[in-house]
Design a protein around this ligand. Structure first.
Ligand SMILES: C[S@@+](CC[C@H](N)C(=O)[O-])C[C@H]1O[C@@H](n2cnc3c(N)ncnc32)[C@H](O)[C@@H]1O
Length: 157
């Protein structure tokens, strides 16, 4: 199984980018992981929130293959603790699915089309994080999940 993380908008914060890249590098020990950023919509200031979400939604769905399992990061999604999240990863690996695609929405979240196509939604907290910060929290939890599955001493129960 491969894992892809899709997010909207380039990070312009070098420190945040370095932290994210550090976890991506570590994830490479466990799984084929790919992080793809969909560039910000041009002239988004001239669009309404719903127009922007619709355009972002089309770009997101263009990246999804029929065989993918599409999981949205959404504050109203299902919450896991870190061990539960690692169990969920294991379950998907056992199921034979080729690719899990996690998606982080833009500043206004997701268009209804994206919700309709998604297989599930997960929440990292009831709080709302910026579409930039959540990338770091997610890659860290993904890394933590694999260290749990491998019984490595990163996660302290
Ligand atoms: C600024 S938030 C968008 C908030 C927007 N009100 C909404 O309804 O989704 C940008 C993106 O960050 C991600 N995000 C933010 N907080 C999250 C959380 N607690 N759990 C999971 N994803 C979150 C989601 O992918 C969201 O689309």
């Amino acid at each position: 199984m491969n894992i892809k993380l899709l997010a909207i908008g380039k990070t312009d914060n070098k420190q945040l980018e370095d932290l994210i890249n550090n976890y991506i590098k570590r994830l490479g020990f466990y799984i084929r992981f790919d992080f793809e950023i969909i560039p910000d919509i041009k002239k988004a200031k001239n669009l309404s929130e719903s127009q922007q979400k619709e355009k972002e939604g089309k770009l997101i769905l263009n990246k999804i293959e029929n065989s993918d399992l599409l999981i949205l990061l959404d504050e109203n999604g299902k919450q896991y603790d870190s061990i539960g999240f690692s169990d969920m990863l294991q379950k998907h690996m056992n199921s034979g699915v080729k690719r899990l695609v996690f998606v982080i929405g833009g500043p206004y979240g997701f268009d209804s089309q994206v919700y309709q196509q998604a297989n599930s939604k997960i929440s990292l907290s009831k709080m709302t994080f910026s579409h930039q910060m959540i990338r770091l929290f997610f890659v860290e939890q993904l890394y933590r999940g694999f260290t749990i599955l491998k019984n490595e001493p990163y996660h302290h129960r």
